[in-house]
Design a protein around this ligand. Structure first.
Ligand SMILES: Nc1ncnc2c1ncn2[C@@H]1O[C@H](COP(=O)(O)OP(=O)(O)O)[C@@H](O)[C@H]1O
Ligand SMILES: NC(=O)c1ccc[n+]([C@@H]2O[C@H](COP(=O)(O)O)[C@@H](O)[C@H]2O)c1
Ligand SMILES: [Mg+2]
Length: 227
């Protein structure tokens, strides 16, 4: 993991003495570490469930859900297949999502406060941002910002079954899964692999608890290695 660091020690020759010439003790060194974690992968792989579990335990942790950036229904193109093309990158306002990520990067404390996340006052200032969604690693401006990219998968039959139990804001019309959702999943995953994007694959058939413990431990180890 390569967290971004910005260690600022504002201790200069000029400020080392007070106005009466007495030596001042240096202010505490504050090391700020920022770390963006992607919880990506296929629809119904368990991304939102895992993310919600991680949010409960990770310190100073904010989240951005890609689903919040779907364009309005009337802006979603209809393909030659007759289906609304929900599962393509163009259906998402990725510029807006990137701006939100940049707001966190420029001031994670302010972002956390604005989103109701309590921030622990600590000399070692670690901030985590989870990005969660089904097309996290296909948008170029975001792809290099991650410290860790997780990718949840389940077999086709399981994915299709789980999807049939979901109710999205716009319900799936008959045939959408096989006609659009699954082919687009395969296309983007192949592109991601062809582009050499490094991901940590997670088996979405494991229990919710097992996935949670696995990923929590992995993130914590990575943070320790870089603190
Ligand atoms: N590890 C798991 N094992 C079995 N079912 C799961 C697991 N994780 C999530 N689910 C279930 O699968 C469905 C999709 O989960 P969700 O977290 O919403 O996936 P995603 O955000 O990837 O679409 C939900 O019904 C959820 O309860
Ligand atoms: N949130 C919405 O407005 C909306 C509308 C239609 C379909 N979807 C579906 O949401 C899926 C992505 O979310 P999940 O990864 O949670 O399943 C996509 O496969 C897409 O087909 C979302
Ligand atoms: Mg989800």
């Amino acid at each position: 993991m390569k967290p971004g660091r910005s260690a600022v020690q504002r201790w200069t020759q000029r400020s080392a003495r007070d106005s009466a010439g007495r030596a001042r003790s240096p202010p505490p060194l504050r090391v700020e570490m920022k770390c963006i974690v992607g919880i990506g992968g296929m629809t119904n792989g368990g991304k939102t469930t895992l993310t919600n579990n991680l949010l409960k335990v990770l310190p100073n942790c904010c989240v951005i859900h890609q689903d919040d950036f779907f364009k309005p229904q009337d802006q979603i193109a209809v393909g030659e297949d007759g289906f609304k093309q929900w599962d393509v990158l163009e259906s998402l306002d990725m510029e807006a999502m990137l701006s939100t990520v940049q707001a966190w990067m420029s001031n994670p404390r302010k972002f956390a406060r604005a989103h109701g996340v309590s921030v622990q006052p600590d000399a070692l200032d670690t901030h985590i941002l989870i990005l969660e969604g089904f097309l996290l690693y296909s948008y170029k401006p975001l792809v290099d910002l991650y410290s860790r990219r997780y990718f949840l998968t389940v077999p086709y039959e399981e994915c299709k079954w789980r999807r049939s139990t979901r109710s999205y804001t716009v319900p799936d019309p008959p045939g959408l899964f096989d006609g659009h959702v699954w082919p687009m999943y395969q296309k983007y995953k192949q592109e991601m692999e062809a582009n050499g994007v490094e991901v940590v694959y997670l088996d979405g058939m494991k229990s919710r608890e097992e996935l949670f413990h696995q990923v929590r431990e992995d993130i914590q180890n990575s943070l320790l290695n870089h603190s």
